[in-house]
Design a protein around this ligand. Structure first.
Ligand SMILES: [Zn+2]
Length: 452
């Protein structure tokens, strides 16, 4: 048993801040209920005298969720590689990202996943939804990433970005890796384990996936019972290409293939039409909005954002600091003169938990409180924040504190599935070893990119 003493519970939806209370957690190993919140109340120490105290005072919340990222870009930070200037998004893919993903080998992959997972925990992010590419080492790549998630102790949903751009053999290998990994997870569950990672069926984007490959992906969605994770209409070109080559809008293509469902994760969707938004909403699909990445790539803004039913926030590989992402999303929306306020983006930030729940509900008793809340029976993916606000913090103004004050500097202690991962700002895994290895592999990656 682990105890947080005298903490104020901060709930994002509906937003609320409690009076100081104690929160007890079943540790990861403690039987069927291991990794869930055990009790909430006053003086729990007398009830659980042997419990380890993980913190006293501060605000306790559910961990944050990053709904779309690319851990392979963790070693791109400050990249010293000769990159030709790019006049549009397609050139940026060619000059930078497709050279980077071809240069990935297993050592680089492992180092980037470890560094990305560690970054997330330090920002109070306990779940990361990853979208991986690495065409020169596809087979087994998702298991390498899973090992990194388990080693650092982060929850997440993994997939491989299937694409035709490296030939049809590459496309088939991509589909096969997604299916292989989903089976690996199913077998772990069948043996009684509760893995920290789940599987989605990944594809790069509409413009790099033929109808043949999309058909194979749809079949994988059905045989594995998972959802498609794909970029759609990130750049206007993707929407134009779908209509020109396939006679359909991008979401209609996915729907026609039978691959749109309530586990689908559609990245970006800047250039989708209102009828495509309706279709996604009817199927219960998620839209992963990545404001910073869209700004950095100058691909435009998703003006239909408020019309999507299931928006979540992602970083698209630009770290995993979701409070920072929240700020960018809210301010970029204000700049577009849209109707949403920070409180609407608080709901969007919270909704990442619904996405995690779609994939992880089966690990919990029916009727459990769900992810994203601090209640008895909820998953113990928790963050203790050191925050001493200069103005009152209540349920009514959490969004204002997130937009204008709080940051990941306040993260003190982080727990995932009832296991402490960061305690009093000190990672309980070999973080300096991870960073040292990451720097070495980053130098190798950059050199390999120069050769490609
Ligand atoms: Zn992306």
């Amino acid at each position: 048993m682990i105890l947080f003493r005298n903490v104020k519970i901060m709930e994002l939806e509906p937003p609320a801040v409690s009076e100081p209370t104690d929160v007890a957690v079943f540790e990861h190993e403690e039987g069927d209920r291991g990794g869930t919140v055990a009790a909430i109340g006053q003086k729990l120490q007398t009830q659980y005298p042997k419990a380890k105290v993980a913190g006293e005072g501060g605000y306790l919340s559910a961990g944050l969720v990053c709904g779309h990222t690319h851990l392979y870009s963790a070693l791109a930070r400050g990249m010293l590689v000769d990159i030709a200037p790019s006049k549009d998004f397609a050139q940026m893919l060619n000059h930078l990202w497709w050279r980077l993903d071809r240069a990935i080998d297993p050592a680089i992959l492992r180092a980037s996943a470890l560094a990305g997972c560690s970054d997330a925990l330090k920002a109070g992010v306990t779940s990361l939804v990853d979208h991986h590419a690495g065409p020169e080492c596809i087979d087994g790549s998702l298991s390498v990433i899973r090992d990194a998630y388990e080693a650092v102790g982060v929850r997440g949903i993994l997939c491989y970005e299937t694409t035709d751009r490296n030939g049809m053999d590459g496309a088939r290998a991509g589909v096969a890796e997604n299916v292989r990994f989903a089976k690996e997870i199913d077998e772990l569950r069948a043996s009684g384990e509760k893995p920290l990672t789940e599987a989605a069926i990944g594809a790069h984007a509409s413009f790099t996936v033929s109808d043949e490959t999309l058909g194979a992906l749809a079949e994988a969605v059905h045989t594995t019972g998972r959802g498609l994770h794909i970029h759609l209409a990130e750049d206007k070109f993707d929407a134009v290409d779908a209509r020109h080559r396939f006679g359909k809008d991008p979401v209609e293509r996915i729907e026609a293939a039978g691959a749109l469902n309530d586990h689908s994760i559609i990245g970006h969707g800047l250039w989708l039409s209102p009828s495509e938004v309706e279709l996604m909403n009817a199927r219960g699909a998620f839209l992963a909005h990545n404001a910073r990445s869209n700004m950095n790539n100058a691909v435009g803004y998703n003006n239909l954002l408020p019309t999507f039913a299931n928006v979540v926030l992602g970083t698209d590989g630009m770290g995993a600091d979701m409070l920072e992402e929240f700020k960018f999303a809210a301010f970029r929306h204000r700049e577009s003169q849209g109707p949403w306020w920070p409180g609407d983006f608080l709901k969007v930030l919270y909704r990442g938990n619904a996405l995690i729940g779609r994939y992880f509900d089966r690990d919990y008793a029916p009727g459990y409180p769900g992810f994203g809340t601090v209640k008895v029976g909820a998953p113990a993916d928790l963050v203790l924040w050191d925050y001493d606000p200069p103005t009152p913090l209540t349920g009514d103004n959490i969004a204002g504190h997130f937009a204008f004050g709080m940051s990941s500097r306040s993260v003190r202690t982080v727990m995932v599935a009832g296991a402490l991962r960061i305690l009093d700002r000190r990672p309980l895994y070999d973080d300096s070893g991870i960073q040292t290895e990451a720097r070495e592999q980053a130098s190798r990656l950059w050199k390999r990119m120069e050769e490609r």
